[in-house]
Design a protein around this ligand. Sequence first.
Ligand code: GTP
Length: 901
Amino acid sequence: MDRSSVTAAPAVGAAGRRRQHLADAGFVGFIALCIVVAWYSLHYHGQRLEQETLAARAQVADLDTQHLASHLSLTLRGVDLTLQTLLETGPPVDAVYTWNGLLREALRNSPQLRSLSLLDGTGTVIASSNPANLGQHPSLARFLPQAAPFAPTLRLGPPQGGRDLADAAPISAEEAPPPLYFVPLLRGLHTPDGDGVYLLAALNMDFFTNGGALPVRGATDHLEVINFEGQRVLDDDAPRTPEMRAADLALVERWKAGDEHGVVHLDTADGATYSVAYRLPRNLPLGVVARFNHAEALSGARAERARQERYLLPAVGLSLGGTLFGYFLFRRAGRRERLAREAAESALRASEERYRLTMGAVRDGMWEWHVDTGALCWDARCFEQLGFPPDGFELDIERWKARIHPEDHARLSPMMDEMATSPEGFRIEFRMPDIQGEWHWLEARGKVVEWRGDAPLRVVGTQTDIHVRKTGEIRLRLLEAALNAAANAVVITNANAVIEWVNPAFAALSGYNQDDAIGRTPRELINSGAQSGEYYAALWNTILAGDVWRGELINRRRDGQLYHEALTITPMRDENGTLDHFIAVKEDISARKAAEAELEATHARLQAVVDNFPGAVLFEDADGTITLANQMLCSLLGIDERASALVGRPSVELVADAAPNFTDAAAFVARIRDLRAAARPVHGEELETLGGRWLERDFLPVRSGDTLLGFLRLYRDVTERKHHEQALQRLATLDPLTGTWNRRAFLERAEHERLRYLRSEHPASLVMLDLDHFKRVNDTWGHAAGDAVLCHFVRVLQQRLRATDLLGRLGGEEFALLLVDTTPEGAAELTERLRAAIAEHPLPLGDRTISITVSAGIAPFVQDDQNVEAALARADAALYRAKARGRNQVVLADDECGTAR
Ligand SMILES: Nc1nc2c(ncn2[C@@H]2O[C@H](COP(=O)(O)OP(=O)(O)OP(=O)(O)O)[C@@H](O)[C@H]2O)c(=O)[nH]1
């Protein structure tokens, strides 16, 4: 645990207080915000109320204008109808008395009119409902709409002060109508006898103000009627300021532009604001304007708003203030409790820190498990043991279980039982994947520190990294199992050679089991004395120097039997480098030693056989190394070495050394190479040495099953047999007197040449030679001289023949000559030279000479001959001719008919 974590507790307390102050400030801010929101919502609500009040009032004003406009329209239409009816149905113009009565009668039905007057074409009142109007000449100017005189259209004149036409006085557009005023209405009619007449009605505006046509208005709420000049023709004592006059004129402009109704605002110089609703019908010469003062219209709403602000805001403030007060009371109580808890926690943390410091020293992690919620908390060390950073993965009790190796799950249930029952807590070893996904051994120790009834509520504990120990234990168990199962004996001794451990194989080898062996030395148990003291001294020198010793020993079993062992002793050092143990591995090699001895004996026996073999013996293994040879081999192959020196050398060296002693050294080397490659047995091959000796060789591959072990070569000296065979050969084929081929050998070779002739068609000729009168030689000089003549004859011939020519003695003094590759003419020429040579070379015999001649018959080979005897018969026929012609001459047989030439 590092130092920073020791000072963490005060830091945590200060942080908590900071958080508390922040919470306080947040709460006060919230209360303030509530007040602001309350005030703002009140304000907003008031504003909305005013807006809605104004909107409602504007709507009412608009309805008022609509109502009054409609009323005006109906009224004027009624007046127009009255005037039209009077004009169109009234009596003639000059019936003024009738008119006066008629007009009075009509007036009675028209309460909205003051008077009805009939005007003549000059505009003078000639009849009227009011006699006072008679003779009056009212102004007909400024009547709207403008129209031609006597136009049958209702036209509206400017308001006139006074009660009727008799006291009418014009009113300027800027001034307000006097208390008594009227508005003249005029309708004309063209008369057939004159220009026309007018009916003029004085519209009583009081009818509208006093007759209920105008709705009841407030003090600042006005309704007025204007004409097309912007002059008020009806008002309800509304104030008349220049701004209002201008506003009326502006409305006339809207009227002219076709804007029939709407609402506009008007700000006056005294700071008042008005909403002006207007209705300006196109088909009416009068427009209606309703105007109300905002301040007056809003007086009720503002009074309500002031009342709300007066009562509601303080109420809200009071309740929020109470809440704030309550909060701080609660806070104060909570703070006391928190301080007490912090003190307790601080003490606990200090205790835990001490524990953590202790745990940190042993690199253990700490954990805490809330059994009721399943929450499981590891500290950073727990994660670090698996290679993870702090909080390296999400953890609760279920995730913890899910991470555990399946084979370790079996230990979880007992752990839970142990946890609940054992006051000492519990302990569990388990595997969990580290950050690389490799299983890592951990040990958890825990104890319940908080209970709910009998049920554990909170468990805390430590986590220890036991991976190295655990894997070491496992490895040790494996190694021990391996050593126990090993075929070789293993002995572990301390530095003083006292046995500490042996495996079962040692018991099998020596007869001493572990109980017998431990505590004793190998020397006490198995020393046979077969090795010298120097041998053991060298062994000890090696291993005490820290080196591995390997060697073989003869030791003694428990039952007294000797055995051979191959021993390897490995010195072991502790962490300080001090030799503390020796590990001896022993292999029983008794069987191998016995086999080696047997092999050696077998080899000795084999070598004895080979040495006494009446021929040469050479064995080379499959890779060409000589493994066996006898002295006869060296003498037959002409090698000046001891046979034992050849063993282990490559056989190719021996072949190279021996090859120059044979007639064909290259063939000798090549043949050995071919025989090795073919790896087949070959018997009785004959070899001739330069010394004239003959050897016979057997070449034998040696196999074991399908495996080639090597090659055995046997050489025998067959010189005598060879010479004997050659002598027999000569006897069988040569004439013993002259050394030429005898008849059988000659005919065989002649037949061979004939067949070659048939294949190649190279010319060849057969010549028959017979000495002339040889009987006389015998008779004269004796048989021995006859033999000498025969030999002399052969010598003379052989001196003149080619090596390829074949000379044979067919019998007596009869010889045959085969001339290969020779045309008949060439044969005749050569035979003639031979004949002459015989004749010219008599045989010297003492001081005399014996002259001889020879006759010859030549027969060239022809395709038709069935055999060589056929050719021989033709040559014999030609010889007969030569004899017949007087001897000492040559006759060539005719190809066609066999006749001689
Ligand atoms: N010395 C000796 N004489 C032999 C040998 N073989 C045969 N003769 C003799 O050769 C003689 C051959 O005589 P003939 O066959 O009558 O012929 P020729 O006397 O040579 O007379 P032509 O052949 O007719 O010229 C015989 O007297 C044989 O005895 C031999 O090996 N040695």
